[in-house]
Write a protein that binds this ligand. Sequence first.
Ligand code: ZN
Ligand code: ZN
Length: 343
Amino acid sequence: MHPLFLPRLVNGPFEDPTLFIPFQFQRRALVFDLGDVSRLTPRELLKISHGFITHTHMDHFIGFDHLLRCLLGRETDLSLYGPAGFLSNVEGKLAGYSWDLVDRLSCGLRLHLHEVHPDRVLRRSYVGGEGFAAERDAVALPFAGPLHTEPAFEVSAVVLQHSIPCLGLALKERFHVSILTSGLAALGLQPGPWLTRFKKALYEGADPGSTFDPGADAGKAGGRFVLGELREKIARITAGQKIVYITDVGDTPANRAAIVAFARRADALFIEAAFLHSEHDRAAATHHLTARQAGEIAALAGARRFTVFHFSPRYERRDLELEHEARQAYERTSAQLGGLQRV
Ligand SMILES: [Zn+2]
Ligand SMILES: [Zn+2]
């Protein structure tokens, strides 16, 4: 199975957090947090259509300027989401530069900002060619989890507590479409860009009785199929991928309950492990997780795989200890849960 999303942490676990999520076979990507993004190539940065920022501490948002500079002069839209205070944080950054030499012709970038509160999202758009002037006052939209929805996937958030509000983030593919090469071969069809069109029809819920024409790039000019029959022959539909990203949260009962519910059965959970548990007091004082807490939460959520990151620099060259502590806690907690379920 080829996953639709290929998430990867851009930097090492002691460096700024940024999860880059390119789409398989498409010139498109999402990003969770914008720490130092200088390791991403301009080609990768240009793929980013939507960025979701957990909070605006500097190590999670300093890469905004770098991304903005790369997109300036492009005829494109960038949507960004962040927690309470996000609009004024970004407006402050934009006000920090002089824009007298940009005009409509040289800068077609439009910025759409979303500030996420527990019950509403404030949305405001800015026009690059007008010095990032706001189009109008912010519009308030209701919020109940999903932030951005497309036919194939959804990004949702939960408001957690760090020293300030901090978003937990999840990307969920609605379902996964695997293409069966044996099915293609049996029909004399060749893989090609038409498969993207085929998958799009499935994600958009097209009528299974409608006609689908793979077109000339399938190597069988003039072939037409009933969509539902073609799906039976060349596709296998399975559960979609769920990718969850949690960082900069204290291990309070409210945070723990919210994260465990939000990350339920994640295929890939990226979770911070800032401190060793021997320093849990320091973790609590700075509103961060220890490696043991991260492993416990991953197990309680039933995450299939998890990756710890955002290690405190005080453990430089001791990353294996943090990973080991998290892994042990995950296995111990999973075993206890298994024992409970058998009772
Ligand atoms: Zn922070
Ligand atoms: Zn941080």
